[in-house]
Design a protein around this ligand. Structure first.
Ligand code: ADP
Length: 467
């Protein structure tokens, strides 16, 4: 066995459901899926460990998290191997190694962001200050696109603030979820971080458990709405990072050659399976053909194939369900007369869930490929003549996670950015994140912020001490 495969072997259950590599169909391990009944035991463990973890104090908790980040670094290649085999992403590029490195970076950031007591009033005998106390047990529910780093985004701030965590990985990437938890647990006291496996019914049970005081959820809008409903009886606090349908607006003064690479990776990062990837692009008539040509030139050079092959930069889709969504949306676009610049012709008989890099031009804004979240490597490029229309189109969907404006003139870009209904607007890039900068959505993309000091506040109870 390859040395870097050791962690995958360790988290794989001897018997249980076969897990297949989305690139080849090869069996990579087995998972013993849990049931809703397993949630109570995991929450028991977390609840029992919480007072001791809180009593440890902020400094020692941060030190433990720093050691957890060191453990992630020490196992980075093994973690990258697990996520590449199970999720499909490439080892290189913005893929598995990049995700593993990001995990360590985010854990360190959560452990080193200061959150001092805030003195609100200090006038003679009047004194008021704001403290941030632990909530208790946090339920962390993750998706399959970035299964390690999203787990870290949820786990690390929650632990920092004195909570304990029960993590429920997506049923599509259970082995990866177990792997990151196991590695972090090399450095954490027992019981502070536990994982429960299983599907939506297990996630639902976690939301409904009366001892869970906060749910961190990253997933689809539809499931986010179910989480809100399920939370009604118990009122856990919620942070919801849901889907997006991010638009990019190119302004007429942009240089097509200079922006093409940023546009491509803004849309195709992780094969488009990224919440805040660019999922529709609005380009002015005056430079439309140049932008489409420049994008096609970049796309043609990006190698797609099995993730473990060091030369590849894009892998397969993670699962059949998502492949079907992408295929349906592209077929509908073709049927309404849109122009296929590249791709759109998957080899359905080939192994794995590969879908080719696809650029669709001269597509109308009402097309389902524009209006729905494709979550795959197929970018619709819509022509506009009136910038007002592009702004209306950008805001004309229910979701609002991110958006981007591409221009040589920063002031012009800023003026457009201010009018876009999105949690983040990038200028001349799309999708970049930073552990110091809060991230969250507008409209149906969810509520609550992750990262930075706002992310720490979101996993704690504010308490005023007055007098
Ligand atoms: P995706 O299409 O990205 O898998 P989901 O929103 O269905 O989106 O899944 C995200 C996570 O939510 C997964 O871990 C999944 O098991 C979990 N989940 C699915 N249904 C529910 C539910 N009703 N309550 C809580 N979690 C759920």
């Amino acid at each position: 066995m390859e040395e870097r495969a050791a962690l995958l072997a360790r988290v794989s259950a001897g018997s249980g459901t076969e897990i297949k590599d989305p690139a080849t169909g090869a069996v990579i391990g087995r998972v013993a899926f849990g049931t809703p009944d397993d949630v109570a035991a995991a929450v028991d463990t977390a609840a029992a460990a919480q007072p001791g973890w809180d009593a440890l104090g902020d400094q020692d908790r941060c030190a433990a998290l720093m050691r957890a980040a060191d453990a992630i670094d020490a196992h980075a290649e093994e973690l990258a191997y697990v996520v590449s085999r199970e999720q499909g992403k490439t080892m290189n590029g913005l893929g598995a190694r990049y995700e593993a490195a990001g995990c360590a970076a985010w854990v360190r950031a959560a452990a080193s962001t200061p959150l001092p007591v805030e003195v609100l009033v200090d006038e003679g005998s009047s004194h008021a200050e704001l403290h941030y106390r632990p909530i208790g047990v946090v339920g962390a529910i993750t998706p399959w696109n970035w299964p390690m780093i999203i787990a870290c985004w949820q786990i690390a701030p929650a632990l920092r603030m004195g909570n304990t965590v029960v993590q429920k990985p997506s049923e599509y990437t259970t082995l990866t979820g177990l792997a990151i938890v196991q590695v972090m647990n090399e450095a954490l006291p027992p019981g502070v971080l536990t994982a429960v496996t299983g599907a939506g019914d297990v996630g639902d049970a976690l939301v409904r458990d009366r001892r869970v005081g906060k749910v961190m959820f990253t997933g689809s809008v539809q499931t986010g709405m179910k989480v809100i409903e399920a939370s009604a009886g118990n009122m856990p606090r919620l942070t919801l990072e849901l889907g997006g349908n991010d638009a990019g607006i190119v302004l007429p003064d942009a240089d097509p050659g200079a922006i093409a690479e940023g546009l491509f990776w803004g849309a195709f990062i992780n094969n488009g399976q990224t919440c805040a990837a660019m999922k529709r692009l609005y380009v002015p008539d005056a430079i439309y053909d140049e932008v489409v040509d420049a994008l096609a030139g970049i796309a043609a050079k990006v190698p797609m194939g099995v993730g473990l092959d060091e030369g590849n930069a894009l892998g397969p889709l993670q699962n059949q369900m998502q492949w079907n969504v992408v295929n349906r949306l592209v077929e509908e676009a073709k049927a309404r007369g849109a122009r296929v610049v590249m791709g759109g012709d998957p080899d359905a008989g080939a192994p794995g869930y590969f879908y080719p890099k696809t650029l669709i031009a001269d597509i109308d804004n009402a097309a389902p490929l524009v209006q729905e979240e494709q979550f795959g490597p197929a970018l619709p490029i819509v022509r506009y003549t009136d910038l007002e229309e592009a702004v209306q189109w950008t805001n004309g969907v229910d979701v609002g996670l991110g958006a981007s404006v591409w221009s040589a003139d920063r002031e012009k870009a800023l003026a457009i950015a201010a009018r876009l209904q999105a949690g983040t607007v990038w200028i001349n890039s799309h999708g970049g994140i930073d552990p110091r900068v809060p991230f969250g959505g507008a409209k149906h993309s969810g509520y609550g912020l992750e990262f930075g000091v706002e992310g720490l506040k979101a996993v704690s109870v504010p308490q005023v001490i007055s007098g």
